[in-house]
Every structure is written in structure tokens, then in C-alpha cells.
Design a binder for this molecule. Structure first.
Ligand code: TRP
Length: 467
């Protein structure tokens, strides 16, 4: 590890803090809001299975690669890539990993913040007592009312953006590590409370059947690509967020074990959220699994409106969803802000304000795509859908793929082995094999299948090519 970069940033004070911070980044709207609704849009079981396979086979190994790059470079993804490329004299095109991450993070945060704003709005709805005795129709109406008011959406989007920038500007390692340590376990407890309610009052068997009975006939190229993209989205992978968190990780913490813990917790939260939401969906005729982005917001308030102490639980639940989104959103701009600060062209304050403003403005596109701009479409997708598709389903898997290739093929094996600190040869070789062959081929193939399916370009599909 000759030129191993020295850090200019603070480091987390223990491996556990890294686990908690990375889990804070991973566990967010992706698990509680997005996973259930895309599982519902893509027919359940088979989609869930593909998602789990993607986490296990692609997500975990690539996450290890991303942490490793970050800890080696000890700076923002942009500069980590500069240093790595320098060190091994690789072509400068590899710098693109860092740049693409900055762009992807900003675009994701722009719509992420709008959805987090929904959670804040709902938190206050709970407190107002509007949900007493709510039924399916009433709940759908409440949701539509919120979407129909750009002022409400913009207000909470702005509030959430300010909250995010506040922490980003204060510095990531300070308050964040402490906060997630308490909030994450609390969120889990509350999800379990909801789960008990759903088992008792909802149609639990239907939910289990829907999420875990695998029926491959419902699977399309597009849904496989969505599952792949979501595996990256939910682990915060492929754009440098985990790289920049890795840069703050202590020297001797074992990467493999740490990554397994984070991925395990993240998956657990998603599955429990699904199991809590779908029983309510199946018990209410006014709600269908393919409801779309509103699924969480139309299903759970029914539970809260009809259970003892529901108002308190509902309030706590949406407060925790907001917190989970908060600890995730921070990691979306951290690569951009850390890079700006390193160039010494700006302070954390200036960089935070600048990127916050950009994300806020872009977010207006998402706000209006649920109303006035609903019919402005690119490739059949409205602004929100397009931003989500482009980042989650294209940029993140692509980012992950090039990171796998970079670590697998370009970096010096001894450096990698040293940094990873795995004694077991078998495991190390298997991991290298996945990075070198499995990830690039699988990601490329899934992406081509997905695009050919979505745009009706059969010549892109390898399946069609051979049939
Ligand atoms: N993983 C978060 C979630 O599931 C979202 C997120 C945070 C993210 N940081 C990221 C997604 C970086 C992609 C890249 O809600």
C-alpha cells in the first residue's frame, strides 16, 4: 500500500458507528416506501426473489468494493478516483465514477426530498386526529388531496431540504452517528408493532402468499431491471455514498463482516415493511397492490385509524420514517459536498447551500409531476418517474458495474487483499471472481433486457437474439 492516501476528514470512532451510519444511509424510503410499491407493481413473489438474489450476488460484493475504494482514498469519491487512477496509471476516463456519483446523488435527492415531505405531512395528519376510523376510500382521498396541493408539497419538500442541509453543513460524523444509534432500533420496534396489528387485523396469509409465492410468468425484462436497480438503491450503492462513508471508516475494521451486517439489516427492514403493509392492502378493496407511489401512504393510515393508540403509533411511525429518510438523504449529497470542500473552493456551508438549492429546484419537477405536469412525458415517463428510472435503474447499476471492473481488473490484487483483510483464500477468490465476471455480465445483461422490454427494441435483448 505504497501511496495509500492520508485522510483529511474525520473518522468514525468505531466500526459500530460505521455500521450504524451506513445502515442509516441504506435504510430509508427505499425500504419502507419504495420496496412495497414496486413489489406491488411488479407482481410480488418473483420480483422479490430477484431482488434478494441481486442483493446477495451483486449488492454485497460490490458494496465491499465500494467501501474498500473509499477507505483507500480517504476522500470524496471524485478525489478518491483521482488518487486511485494516479496510483495505478489507469486511463482518466475512470474519473467518471466520481462525477457520475455526484450527479446521481443530486438527482435522487431532488425527488427523495419530496417524498420525505409526504411523510412529514402525514406525521402532522396523525397528530391532527383526522384519521380516526379511516377506511380505504377515505385514505385514498386524503392522499389525493395532498397531491393536489403543490403548496403543501413544496412546503414540506423545502422543510426536508433544510433539515438535510443542516446536518450536512454541521458535518456528517458529529450528530449523525449518535442519532442513528437510537433511531434505527426504534424504527424496527415500531415496524414490529405494525406487523402485529397487520397479522391480527389484516389479511396476512394473502400478503405472505403475494410476497413469497414465486410465479415467474409475471416477470418481464423491465421488472428484472427494476429489481436490480432497487438492490443498488436500497443499499445506497453505485454513486459514491458508501465510498465516502468508507473514507471515514477506521483502518482495521473488517469490511466483509461490516457490509454483511448492513445489507442484512437493510433487507430485514424492507421485508418487515412489506409484511406490515400488504395485509392491510389485501383487507381493503379500495387499495390495490399496484397502487404505485402512494401505497404506503394509503394503506398504513387505515391501520392507525383503527387500532387502539393508533394516533400515537401513527405519529411515531411517520416521525421515524422521516428520520430514516433524513439519515439517508445526507449520504446523497455528502459526495458532492466533500468534493467541493476538498477543492478548497468553498466551505461546507457554501457547498451545502449551493447543492441544497440545486436539489430543491430540481425537486419542483417531481412536485408538479404529480399534478400540473403529469402529462409532460419523456419516453412515457413523467418527471419523477424519469428521474427515478434514470438514476436507480441506469446510473446506479452502471456505477456499480464500473466499480466492480475497476476493483476486479484494474487495482493491484495485493493492495485489494490487504485492504479487505480476508484471510480465507476461498472467499477472497470467489469475491474476485464475482467482481470480474459475474457482476459486469449480469448487470449488462439485465440492463439490456430491461431497455429492450421498455422501449420495444428486441435487438437489444440477448434472449431474443438466441431464440
Ligand atoms: N438507500 C436509501 C433508501 O433506501 C436511499 C439512498 C441514500 C441512496 N443514499 C443513497 C440511494 C445513495 C442510492 C445511492 O432509502
Amino acid at each position: 500500500m505504497s501511496n495509500k492516501a492520508d485522510g483529511v476528514h474525520e473518522t468514525w470512532n468505531s466500526r459500530w458507528t460505521f455500521v450504524m451510519a451506513a445502515t442509516g444511509s441504506a435504510v430509508g424510503l427505499g425500504n419502507i416506501w419504495k420496496f412495497p410499491y414496486i413489489a406491488g407493481e411488479n407482481g410480488g413473489g418473483a420480483f422479490v426473489l430477484i431482488y434478494l438474489i441481486c442483493i446477495l450476488v451483486l449488492g454485497i460484493p460490490i458494496m465491499m468494493a465500494e467501501v474498500l475504494m473509499g477507505r483507500w482514498g480517504r476522500s470524496s469519491p471524485v478525489h478518491t478516483m483521482y488518487k486511485l487512477v494516479d496510483e495505478i496509471k489507469a486511463p482518466r476516463i475512470w474519473h467518471g465514477i466520481g462525477w457520475m456519483g455526484v450527479v446521481a446523488g443530486v438527482v435522487i435527492l431532488s425527488y427523495y426530498s419530496v417524498i420525505a415531505g409526504w411523510a412529514i405531512h402525514y406525521l402532522l395528519q396523525m397528530a391532527s386526529g383526522n384519521i380516526n376510523g379511516l377506511d380505504g376510500a377515505g385514505s385514498s382521498e386524503m392522499f389525493a388531496e395532498m397531491l393536489g396541493s403543490p403548496r403543501t408539497l413544496i412546503f414540506y419538500h423545502s422543510l426536508f431540504m433544510v433539515m438535510t442541509m443542516f446536518v450536512v453543513i454541521a458535518g456528517v460524523t458529529k450528530g449523525l452517528g449518535r442519532a442513528v444509534r437510537i433511531l434505527m432500533p426504534l424504527l424496527m420496534v415500531l415496524l414490529l408493532v405494525l406487523l402485529t396489528f397487520s397479522i391480527r387485523m389484516g389479511d396476512f396469509p394473502a400478503a405472505v402468499n403475494y410476497l413469497f409465492a414465486v410465479n415467474f410468468s409475471s416477470l418481464t425484462g423491465q421488472s428484472i431491471l427494476t429489481a436490480l436497480g432497487h438492490a443498488f438503491f436500497t443499499l445506497s450503492l453505485g454513486m459514491g455514498a458508501i465510498m465516502v462513508y468508507g473514507a471515514y471508516m477506521p483502518e482495521h475494521a473488517p469490511i466483509g463482516k461490516t457490509v454483511l451486517t448492513v445489507a442484512g439489516l437493510d433487507t430485514l427492514v424492507a421485508l418487515v415493511a412489506g409484511l406490515a403493509i400488504f395485509p392491510i392492502v389485501f383487507a381493503n378493496e379500495a387499495i390495490v397492490p399496484s397502487e404505485g407511489p402512494g401505497l404506503l401512504f394509503v394503506s398504513l393510515p387505515i391501520a392507525f385509524g383503527n387500532m387502539p393508540g393508533g394516533i400515537i403509533f401513527g405519529f411515531m411511525f411517520f416521525a421515524l420514517v422521516t428520520m430514516a429518510a433524513w439519515s439517508s438523504s445526507i449520504s446523497l449529497v455528502e459526495p458532492a459536498v466533500a468534493w467541493f470542500v476538498e477543492t478548497k473552493k468553498a466551505t461546507r456551508l457554501q457547498a451545502g447551500l449551493a447543492f441544497g438549492l440545486i436539489c430543491w429546484l430540481l425537486g419542483l419537477g417531481t412536485v408538479f409531476s404529480f399534478g400540473a405536469w403529469e402529462d409532460i412525458r419523456l419516453l412515457g415517463l413523467n418527471f419523477f418517474e424519469f428521474a427515478d428510472f434514470l438514476t436507480a435503474n441506469i446510473m446506479l447499476p452502471l456505477g456499480g458495474m464500473v466499480m466492480a471492473i475497476f476493483v476486479g481488473w484494474m487495482m493491484n490484487t495485493n493492495t485489494v487483499r490487504d485492504e479487505l483483510d480476508i484471510d480465507n483464500d476461498r472467499i477472497f477468490n470467489a469475491w474476485t471472481f464475482v467482481l470480474r465476471y459475474i457482476s459486469p455480465i449480469a448487470i449488462l445483461w439485465v440492463t439490456l433486457e430491461g431497455l429492450s422490454d421498455i422501449f420495444g427494441w428486441p435487438w437489444l435483448s440477448l434472449l431474443n437474439l438466441f431464440s
